[in-house]
Design a protein around this ligand. Structure first.
Ligand SMILES: Cc1cc2nc3c(=O)[nH]c(=O)nc-3n(C[C@H](O)[C@H](O)[C@H](O)COP(=O)(O)OP(=O)(O)OC[C@H]3O[C@@H](n4cnc5c(N)ncnc54)[C@H](O)[C@@H]3O)c2cc1C
Length: 383
């Protein structure tokens, strides 16, 4: 019997565990998930919470309730991995040996990378919607805002759901318009990139939307410091932006447990083959989701596709066959552009797939359908 250990019971970890369990019998594999959290959180709806389109309690479930039947859950933190010895160790003193290790530990926020961010978060105009608590605070701030400088700050890539800050800027602009205070608000989005989005045809369409709606885009801006006394965000390039509300996405990196490990790059993201999802250094280690260095957007949609490929190939390997599935880099950024409209940017490593169109049907899918589908089908490996 093969022992499969999965680090992380987030979107990627649960989806791949479910698909493996749906395929492999109890005699073929013992599957164990280790997560330091006893809750599973549906992060793609944080943006919806910030605009009152979903409720925080709909986004959180006990981890035990999403663990697939036949999979063991250990509530503990992984503190070291020893690929040469095929085992991991936990804070609680466990030593778990594996035949196959799947890393699905997500992306870690580095709150210290922007000076002043951690100390001022949630106070006096500095907010984030990259945590559930933060999205509730951002909602309150947006609702109470009466005018001034509304600034959305992005870190340099890579960070998860790179479309999310764009949604924040567009949805906030739309909210202020519908509330009748648009003439009192300036909306700005900062980006370290040279344009608002990296992929065509979405980049041109989004540039047009931002221009038509007078949302200023400050390009080439790497945020370095928040000065709460003067209400200014400073960039490493020496630019300064005044804010009354600053909605900040923190810098992302991999988990500390991979520090100096041969499995990870200097930012602690796992180095793995972008098609086969196998570690560059160890052929019994796989990476799924935000923890991996795949050159595509870090999204739950991407993790879902990776789960399909990884489970098929690993199940084949365990059965002594050759796994032929390949991850194409497929990902979807569902960009809410205004109340009632969304533009889905769907692409893979090589090509853009969906048209750059704002659609009502995409709004309905994102706002009303994806979360129920996630809990009922995606986490069970059925979609
Ligand atoms: C604001 C926002 C908006 C988003 N919008 C969308 C969207 O519209 N569409 C979309 O597809 N995606 C969206 N995403 C991205 C999506 O949520 C992530 O890509 C997805 O959750 C990645 O899954 P994951 O399993 O890699 O990581 P996660 O779901 O973050 O799970 C990682 C798990 O690993 C555990 N872990 C980490 N380190 C350890 C350790 N050392 N020991 C034990 N456990 C550990 C954590 O506790 C966590 O449970 C959004 C994200 C945010 C923040």
């Amino acid at each position: 019997m093969s022992r499969i250990v999965i680090v992380g019971g987030g979107s990627g970890g649960i989806m791949v565990a479910a698909r493996l369990r749906n395929t492999l019998s109890m005699d073929e594999a013992k599957i164990t998930i280790v997560d330091r959290s006893d809750k599973h959180v549906y992060q793609p709806a944080f943006t919806l919470v910030a605009f009152g389109l979903d409720e925080p309690e709909n986004l959180v479930r006990p981890m035990a309730s999403v663990i697939p039947p036949g999979v063991t859950f250990i509530h503990d933190e992984v503190v070291s991995i020893t690929p040469d010895g095929n085992y991991i160790e936990t804070k609680g003193g466990r030593k778990l040996e594996y035949d196959y290790l799947i890393l699905g530990s997500g992306a870690k926020y580095n709150w210290d990378e922007i000076e002043g961010l951690k100390d001022n978060l949630g106070k006096d105009g500095v907010h984030t919607f990259y945590t559930l608590e933060g999205s509730v605070g951002t909602k309150k701030a947006i609702e109470e805002f009466e005018g001034g400088e509304f600034v959305v700050i992005q870190p340099p890539m890579p960070f998860k759901c790179p479309g999310a800050p764009l949604k924040m800027a567009m949805m906030a602009e739309d909210y202020f318009t519908r509330k009748g205070i648009r003439n009192k608000v300036n909306v700005t989005l900062t980006t370290a990139l040279p344009s608002v989005f990296s992929r065509e045809p979405y980049a041109s369409k989004l540039t047009e939307i931002f221009k038509n709606r007078n949302i200023h885009v400050e390009t080439g801006f790497n945020p370095g410091k928040i000065d709460p006394d003067n209400k200014i965000v400073k960039s490493w390039e020496g630019k300064e932006i005044k804010y009354d509300i600053a909605v900040v996405t923190p810098h992302n990196e991999g988990e500390d447990v991979y520090e100096d490990s041969p499995v990870a790059d200097p930012s602690n993201f796992i180095k793995a083959d972008k098609h086969k999802l196998i570690s560059d250094a160890f052929d019994n280690i796989y990476a799924i989701g935000d923890c991996a260095n795949y050159p595509t957007s870090k999204t739950g949609a991407g993790a879902r596709k990776q789960a399909e490929v990884l489970a098929r190939n690993l199940a084949a390997k365990i059965r002594g066959q050759e796994g032929k599935a390949s991850y194409t880099g497929h990902t979807i950024c569902p960009l809410l552009t205004r109340h009632g409209k969304a533009l889905f940017a769907e692409f893979d490593y090589d090509k853009s797939i969906s048209p750059a169109e704002e659609m009502w049907s995409s709004w309905i899918l994102k706002v009303y359908m994806l979360r129920p589908l996630y809990w009922s089908l995606m986490l069970r490996g059925r979609l």
